[in-house]
Design a protein around this ligand. Structure first.
Ligand SMILES: C[S@@+](CC[C@H](N)C(=O)[O-])C[C@H]1O[C@@H](n2cnc3c(N)ncnc32)[C@H](O)[C@@H]1O
Length: 270
């Protein structure tokens, strides 16, 4: 089994995605979507950005490597009566089922960054975008002090060293790597722009309950706990993450959670 696919099918990312819906909708509103725009949402999960884009009138294809998330996205589109939003399984580093120049906008919020082979990912995103179209990526930033970068940093210190040749997904959060990858795909640096943006995780329970959802349903955190358990360090990991989630909660109450997380927003003019 492809380990990249296994990682994301392992838990149930829909349980985390539920806390990201408001930010997904806000992000989509900032994309200037017009009726009939052909949009590819790459690494779409269960449609946090694909569905609002379709609600604004775009013709949306969501592609994700995890079959359970493709099914969940399809169910959500059906229940909303959206006939202009379809989901299919696919790998961001090899989109052979999609034709050249077939999208006006390719969006990937914390999706394509998790595919191995980042140079192939950049090449594929550029190939399927029509000349004059756009690519927008949201990528977590290595070393950033906010939630997701810190979860991944803490988790990695409890996990075995990655295999030889592994390229960290977090490298997509540094401008030099992004420029290098798109340059290799034929896009010059001046066509790429960067900004810092925020996604807020909103959860109707205490920060420790949101952590519990990550521990139970988020593949990367599940793997970190498995590795920590094997070394008798699961309690340390739990404590470290519990401190993080509680410190990051922007709401003074312990009944609800609202945690802002910073990401690198990448816009590429193709
Ligand atoms: C952190 S989730 C983000 C999902 C969604 N974009 C959102 O904002 O809720 C990462 C997503 O990337 C998908 N993914 C990981 N590797 C992928 C690959 N090689 N090709 C396509 N999707 C991939 C995962 O299955 C998962 O749905």
């Amino acid at each position: 089994m492809n380990p990249n696919k296994a990682l994301w099918e392992k838990g149930d990312f829909t349980r985390i995605a539920e806390s990201m819906r408001e930010s997904g909708e806000a992000l989509v509103k900032s994309l200037g979507i017009t009726k009939g725009l052909r949009v590819l949402d790459l690494g779409c999960g269960d449609g946090t950005t694909a569905l609002p884009a379709a609600e604004l009138g775009a013709d949306v294809l969501g592609v994700d490597i995890a079959s359970n998330l493709v099914e969940a996205g399809t169910r959500r589109a059906t229940s909303l009566g959206l006939t202009n939003c379809t989901f299919q399984e696919g790998d961001a580093s090899d989109l052979h089922e999609l034709e050249d120049d077939s999208f006006d906008l390719v969006v990937s919020m914390f999706g394509a960054m998790f595919a191995p082979k980042p140079f192939e990912v950049a090449t594929e995103m550029v190939r399927v975008t029509r000349p004059g179209g756009r690519i927008v990526m949201g990528n977590w930033i290595p070393g950033d002090p906010t939630l997701v970068a810190q979860i991944l940093k803490i988790s990695s210190s409890y996990s075995p060293a990655p295999p030889e040749g592994f390229i960290s997904p977090m490298t997509w959060g540094t401008e030099e790597h992004v420029i290098e990858r798109f340059a290799d795909a034929g896009v010059p640096e001046e066509k790429i722009s960067f900004s810092r943006d925020t996604y807020t995780f909103n959860y109707p329970g205490a920060p420790s309950e949101l952590l519990s959802a990550f521990r139970t349903y988020y593949g990367p955190t599940m793997n970190a706990f498995e590795a920590a358990e094997a070394n008798g360090r699961a309690a340390d990991l739990q404590n470290e993450l519990d401190v993080l989630f509680n410190e990051q909660n922007a709401i003074p109450s312990n009944d609800v959670t609202s945690i802002p997380a910073t990401f690198l927003r990448v816009s590429v003019a193709v």
